[in-house]
Structures are given as structure tokens and as C-alpha cells.
Design a protein around this ligand. Structure first.
Ligand code: PEP
Ligand code: MN
Length: 593
């Protein structure tokens, strides 16, 4: 009985205890419900674990327990018929409905992983509630056991990492299990309705367990059977409706031993002691072949609704044995912090602590133009000469470059100035001859994803200056480099040259943030081309300095004897004087290791 236990010593403080029966053992959901219920009332809970629903009723009726608790309905799995049947079968005084969120966790022994499980134990209703999650696991047996607490206890006792249990977080704690996954029920609104009851004759000092007298929010569970005739059920529901009684649940099953008849389990909002209820029951008895009031009890408040949450597989136990992520860039990835490629062009080294400047016109236009430019840039410290002979131009009517003649002029200027030469190769057919004519093969931004061209230059032994495509991500730039390395040519220099953004104030948006990113991700040297990046002469100087400061291994700068007359990219070419000043300023900028 709910009893006042005399405390030892003085003064005597009565300690209320609540002896309550439930199916299962400690760590089961019923146990947690009762513990919380007792906690809210400030009384001590004495658990009486039982082996079946019937045994719970017997414990209460025999006086072994003051209270009993049985589940009757789950939001996902539906009616728990056995709960209703036991409550209907025995003469019990129903007290209250308790709605409890079933927050299921998949548990295993320490060291277990989700991928390693071969068996999962739980109460059959709980297994049903997690059907979707379990459906996604292959080669895992689902084993129904009487109770979630028992499932957790037995998994812990066996100690096998191949066996898991679905139970509460409380069960995990109690039995020393770890959580392998949570929010695994098919829906987070996974509430189970339990009924708390006592023996009908129970009397005691614990008035807090008395039903509310004012019929606050009450509910009544009925079971009735109707004849196998059209409209029979409808008539029953009409009676309830006519008396203003709301049916909150209706469930049916075949009435055993009465062919063709069905039993209906009905929950109605209201208390049987209300007059309208008494009237309704009288009328109901006239349209049913059997009618039984299971009980009337305090209704629980509607539980809060939640949005569906994804199953969370807990970190310590990945859902599948993690496959090492396949590195999409095995050859260009920087293996360790010391790995830095050196690309040698004659005795010039690009990368690995060296800083180089390549200068020259956008296009080779004439013998005089390229010879003069070569001499000027060499005088001011450039270590290579650039110049386009095959020009990728947006307009087919724009100057297309001098072609092979331009290549020979560039080669002559290179020899005259002692500078190695860099020029763009635009097609696979040009590769062999260009490789024989220039020191560095440039792949232009528009060709960064011309994979045949990448493969062709990858087969040569020439260093490659690979420019970032104007709409290419860093990953795509690295993939393009990977193409070249995959063909056997390790000598690739990456070049950031501005990308297309919404910004129109500059020709492109020079992505200087790509430099530290690339330095981290790849061992390949990274150069910056501020000329095409910003497209405006006066802004090129500051960007050269910034590029060096953030760690570029070199610069590619367009220089022209008379920029206003340049046949391509006139707006961005530096004069020889500009170039000289930039080179002087660059000498003041510290270089990153
Ligand atoms: C160039 O450097 O001459 C050139 C055409 O550059 P991009 O490919 O970056 O446009
Ligand atoms: Mn250009």
C-alpha cells in the first residue's frame, strides 16, 4: 500500500513510498515512467518487476504493489492490445494516463560498432517502432525479448560486440553500455501511453494518487461489441457524438468465439461519472451486444510535437566501417609539411623557397617588340620571358597571335636575353613542336579542362605552367594538374589568374586566398598572374606585392614597350618603368618559406 514509513530517529518524518509493479526489469521504459512519476511527487519508488502484463495486474490485486503500470498504445506501432485486454479483464481502478516519449538508442558493449552487430534484441513493439532504421541494416537478426531492460542487461552480461539492444539512455547507463545510434525510432513523436492503476479497494493516505474530483481532463476507455449488421458501429459513434463525447481512439479486433462480430476499443474524452456519459452509456448498451467500461482516468496533456530528426549514429561507432576516403589527387597532394616540389627550368628553380618573376608581352607582335621587352625585363630581374604566339581570343576577329613565327621570334628573344621562354600551347597538334621550341608550356585558363591537351603535355618532359580556369574551383585546378602528373610529367607550376565573379570593377577577381590553400594542399609551386587577374595596369603593382606576401612562388606579369599600342590586353600591360618599380617594391616584401 502507499504507506507512511516511520523514519528511524527523531524527529519522525514520514517518508512516502510507492511500491509499483511493471513488466520488465530496471532500465525498462515502464520502470523509467514510474521513477519519474514518483520523483514528481517526491515519494520513493519501490519497483516490483514482473514477467508479464498479467503478472503486473496480479501484483496489484494481491497487494504486493500499490500501483501498476501497463502500456496501451504506441504512436508508431499502434494499439498494444495486451495492455487493454489485461486492464479490461481484471477489476482495476484506473488512475491516470501517462504519455512518455520513447527515445530509443541502439546500445552495445564498449568497443562495439554498428557495423559489427549481428543481432539486435528488444521488446517486439520497440523493434517495430524502429523498423526503418533496422531495415537499413543488413545481416542483422532482430530478436524479440520480453523487455528493453532485459535486452540491455543480457547484452551487457554476454559482452559480445556482435550483439546490441534497443533500449533507453537510462538502460545504457545502468548496464554499462555505449550508444551506437540514437533517434532511431521511425518518428520522433514516438510516444507510448501507459495506464497507471491500483486495486479497486485500495485506500490509503496518499491522496495524490486519487483521481481528480473536478473531472479536470479525464478520459474513459471502453470496449464494446456490435452485431454484424450495417450501420451498427455508426450508431454507437452517433450516440457518443450526440452526447458531446469526443472519441479520441478507435480500434477493432475480431471478437473471438462470436463469428462475424468485432470488438471495438474506444477511448472517449470525459469521465463516466458525468451525467452525459451515464446517458450515453445507457443508450450505447441498447445498440451493442456487449459493453464494458475498462476505466476512467486522468488524461495526460497532449505531448509536444517535434520535427522528424535524422538517425544519429554516434561517433564512437560509425554506421559502416569507414573506408579510407579515396584521395582524388594522389600525385599532387602534399604528403607532409616538408614536401615541396622544385620545378627546374635550366638553372632556374620554381618552388621550394624560390621566388621568380616571368615578364613579357601578352602577345609576340614583332621582332623589335619582343627583343626590347626581353632585354628590359631581364635587366630588371625577370628570370623568364613570356609571350603568346597562339592566342586564345574571345573574338575570332581579335589578333590571334603570330603563330609559329611568333614562337621563333620569342625563341630568338630568349636566346638574346638569356631568358628561358614560356608560351601557350593551344592544341594537341601543337604540343610536340611547341615542346621542342619553348622551355615552359603554358596551358591557358580556357584550356584548363581540355583533358586531351593535359594528357598530351603530360607526356612531354617540359615544365608546364597550368593556369586556373576562370570558373574553376581549386579542386578542379588540382584535378587538371593530376592529369598531367598521371601521364608522368611531375613538373607542373600552378597559376592563379583571377576567376569570374559578380564583380565587374576588375577584369576578374584575383583569388589570392587560393595561394595559402594550394600551398597547404599541394607540393606544386603556385604562381600568380595579377595582369589577367585584375586587368587594370595601376592595380597590378599592389597585387604583385600581395601575392608574394601570401606565399606565391612567382609572378607572371605582362609588360609591353608601348602598352597603348599592344595588340592584346593593352589595358593591363606594364611599361618597362612600371615593371622596374614593381620589381623594386617586390624586393622589400618578405617571402614565405
Ligand atoms: C595569357 O597568359 O596570355 C593568357 C591568355 O592568360 P589566360 O589563359 O589566364 O587568360
Ligand atoms: Mn594576355
Amino acid at each position: 500500500m502507499i504507506s507512511a514509513q516511520p523514519a528511524t530517529g527523531e524527529p519522525t518524518v514520514p517518508a512516502l513510498t510507492m511500491t509499483a509493479a511493471f513488466e520488465g526489469i530496471e532500465g525498462s521504459y515502464s520502470h523509467a515512467v514510474l521513477e519519474a512519476y514518483a520523483g514528481r511527487r517526491g515519494v520513493t519508488f519501490v519497483p516490483v518487476g514482473c514477467s508479464s502484463y498479467r503478472a503486473v495486474a496480479h501484483a496489484v490485486l494481491s497487494g504486493r504493489a500499490d500501483l501498476g503500470l501497463l502500456p496501451i498504445d504506441n504512436a508508431i506501432a499502434g494499439t498494444i492490445r495486451e495492455g487493454y485486454d489485461v486492464l479490461a479483464e481484471y477489476e482495476l481502478d484506473l488512475l491516470a494516463e501517462i504519455t512518455w516519449r520513447m527515445d530509443h538508442r541502439l546500445l552495445g558493449v564498449p568497443g562495439a560498432t554498428l557495423a559489427g552487430l549481428r543481432e539486435i534484441d528488444s521488446h517486439p513493439v520497440v523493434l517495430a517502432e524502429c523498423g526503418r532504421f533496422l531495415g537499413g541494416l543488413t545481416d542483422v537478426r532482430r530478436v524479440p525479448v520480453p523487455d528493453t531492460g532485459i535486452a540491455a542487461r543480457d547484452v551487457a552480461a554476454e559482452g559480445s560486440p556482435a550483439r546490441g539492444a534497443i533500449a533507453s539512455a537510462d538502460a545504457a547507463q545502468r548496464y554499462g553500455l555505449i550508444e551506437l545510434a540514437n533517434t532511431i525510432a521511425d518518428h520522433p513523436d514516438n510516444f507510448t501511453r501507459f495506464i497507471l492503476f491500483r486495486a479497486p479497494a485500495a485506500l490509503g493516505p496518499a491522496s495524490e494518487f486519487e483521481p481528480a474530483e473536478d473531472f479536470g481532463v479525464r478520459k474513459t476507455s471502453l470496449v464494446f461489441a456490435v452485431a454484424d449488421t450495417p450501420g451498427a458501429l455508426g450508431r454507437c459513434l452517433s450516440v457518443l457524438g450526440a452526447h458531446g463525447l469526443n472519441v479520441s481512439k478507435l480500434d477493432s479486433k475480431t471478437r473471438l468465439g462470436s463469428a462475424g462480430q468485432s470488438s471495438f476499443y474506444v477511448d472517449v474524452d470525459g469521465d463516466v461519472r458525468e451525467e452525459r456519459f451515464a446517458d450515453a452509456l445507457r443508450e450505447l448498451s441498447e445498440v451493442t451486444v456487449a459493453l464494458h467500461v475498462i476505466g476512467t482516468y486522468d488524461a495526460s496533456a497532449a505531448p509536444p510535437r517535434t520535427r522528424r530528426a535524422p538517425v544519429v549514429v554516434v561517433d564512437n561507432a560509425p554506421a559502416v566501417t569507414p573506408k579510407p576516403a579515396k584521395n582524388a589527387f594522389p600525385k599532387v597532394t602534399r604528403a607532409d609539411e616538408h614536401a615541396r616540389a622544385r620545378v627546374a627550368i635550366g638553372d632556374i628553380v620554381v618552388g621550394d623557397g624560390h621566388f621568380v618573376v616571368v615578364g613579357g608581352p601578352c602577345s609576340v607582335e614583332s621582332r623589335e617588340q619582343i627583343l626590347a621587352t626581353a632585354e628590359a625585363v631581364a635587366a630588371h630581374g625577370a628570370v623568364m620571358l613570356r609571350g603568346g604566339a597562339f592566342k586564345p581570343r574571345t573574338s575570332p576577329y581579335a589578333f590571334q597571335g603570330l603563330g609559329w613565327e611568333g614562337v621563333s621570334l620569342l625563341a630568338e628573344a630568349g636566346r638574346a636575353s638569356g631568358l628561358p621562354i614560356v608560351s601557350e600551347v593551344m592544341s594537341v597538334e601543337q604540343v610536340e613542336r611547341m615542346a621542342a621550341s619553348v622551355d615552359v608550356l603554358q596551358i591557358g585558363a580556357r584550356n584548363m579542362q581540355n583533358f586531351d591537351l593535359l594528357k598530351a603535355v603530360g607526356k612531354t618532359e617540359r615544365p608546364i605552367l597550368l593556369k586556373r580556369g576562370m570558373a574553376a574551383s581549386i579542386d578542379e585546378l588540382l584535378s587538371a594538374a593530376e592529369y598531367i602528373l598521371a601521364e608522368g610529367n611531375p613538373n607542373v607550376i600552378l597559376c592563379e589568374r583571377g576567376i569570374r565573379t559578380f564583380e565587374t570593377a576588375t577584369r576578374n577577381t584575383l583569388d589570392l586566398s587560393a595561394i595559402p590553400v594550394l600551398r597547404e594542399r599541394t607540393h606544386l609551386p603556385v604562381m600568380v598572374d595579377p595582369s589577367h587577374g585584375v586587368g587594370v595596369r595601376r592595380w597590378i603593382g599592389p597585387l604583385c606585392l600581395a601575392a608574394k606576401a601570401v606565399g606565391a612562388h612567382g609572378l607572371l606579369i605582362e609588360v609591353h614597350p608601348n602598352p597603348s599600342e599592344a595588340k592584346s590586353d593593352a589595358d593591363q600591360a606594364l611599361t618597362f618603368g612600371d615593371f622596374e618599380r614593381v620589381m623594386e617594391a617586390l624586393a622589400q616584401v618578405p617571402q614565405l618559406a
